[in-house]
Design a protein around this ligand. Structure first.
Ligand code: GUN
Length: 284
């Protein structure tokens, strides 16, 4: 039977650590500020942005909110980013994705100064991660590493299997696990005999985007199972992850629930990145 990893509790610990440092910066006269840009009114994005603003309030980071109409043009958005890049009172810039179809996410991400790229999506940030230089790392995988470390999971020398290869989770996750000296396998939709690989994972990261796809047949006895998925399914629109929790729970050594596992760690990771952005700028 698995030990449940409490992401809510661990994310609060991380946010508390950030809060202490933010407070110390305040005493030196530095107010850490994050600009949050939302274009349009996608309901899921609105919820995510509100949660990010709440976390800012909790940690003492000032959030400066830009809620722009759906019709905003790409050049208007790029002009706002230029202005925020220049603004010394702003330490981090976050543009909530997805953007409306008429705006190129690629152009928008590239326009954010790498020094303020608290999402870690800029090609410069991704490049830094891959060559082991300090820089911003995508918040969900960064949060997962914190979750593993704070749960006492040894990463070095372990076989970590990542299912999924997205730019936001799968790829940076693999890079971070490699940086922590794990042996890393990445599986995806074209992987053959996938269970033969996933059943070797001491640490199994499920980031496939398919509700409850990963059942016990994918999991090695005693593995640490991290569920990145979040879906609303069925009549009652109950939340579930990429992992079939009831099937995997008896087999795994440790497991993250949905909700209350990885989700809160993503936002805590963002808060940590904002703090790092401020320290970098102030050369602390
Ligand atoms: N949309 C879904 N996840 C994310 C995220 O981590 N950052 C941003 N900016 N948008 C997202």
């Amino acid at each position: 039977m698995a030990q449940i990893i409490d992401g809510k509790k661990i994310s609060t610990e991380l946010k508390d650590d950030v809060r202490v440092e933010i407070e110390a910066l305040k005493e030196k006269g530095i107010e850490v500020a994050l600009a949050v840009i939302l274009v349009g009114q996608d309901p899921a994005s609105t919820v995510y942005v509100n949660n990010k603003k709440k976390a800012c309030e909790y940690t003492g980071i000032k959030s400066v909110s830009y809620e722009l109409p759906e019709e905003t043009t790409e050049s208007e958005l790029l002009a706002l980013i230029d202005q925020l890049n220049q603004d010394d009172a702003i330490h981090g810039i976050l543009v909530q994705l997805p953007l409306p179809k008429h705006i190129s996410e690629k152009e928008v991400i590239r326009r954010i100064s790498p020094d303020k790229d608290v999402d870690g999506f800029h090609p410069e940030s991704v490049g830094r991660l891959s060559i082991g230089e300090p820089g911003f790392v995508s918040c969900t995988p960064a949060g997962i590493i914190e979750l593993l470390k704070r749960s006492g999971v040894e990463i070095a020398g372990k076989h970590a299997v990542v299912i999924g290869r997205s730019n936001i989770v799968g790829k940076p996750m693999a890079m971070l696990l490699l940086r922590e000296n794990a042996t890393v396998t990445v599986c995806h939709s074209k992987t053959q005999n996938i269970r033969e690989l996933t059943k070797q994972g001491d640490i199994l990261i499920a980031a496939v985007g398919q509700p409850r796809m990963i059942d016990a047949s994918y999991v090695k006895e005693g593995a640490v199972v991290i569920d990145v998925g979040i879906h609303r399914t069925g009549e009652g629109k109950k939340l579930c992850g990429d992992v079939d929790y009831d099937s995997v729970f008896p087999v795994a050594g440790m497991i993250t629930p949905v909700p209350g596992g990885v989700g809160p760690m993503t936002i805590a990771g963002l808060m940590k990145n904002c703090l790092e952005a401020a320290k970098l700028r102030e050369e602390l």
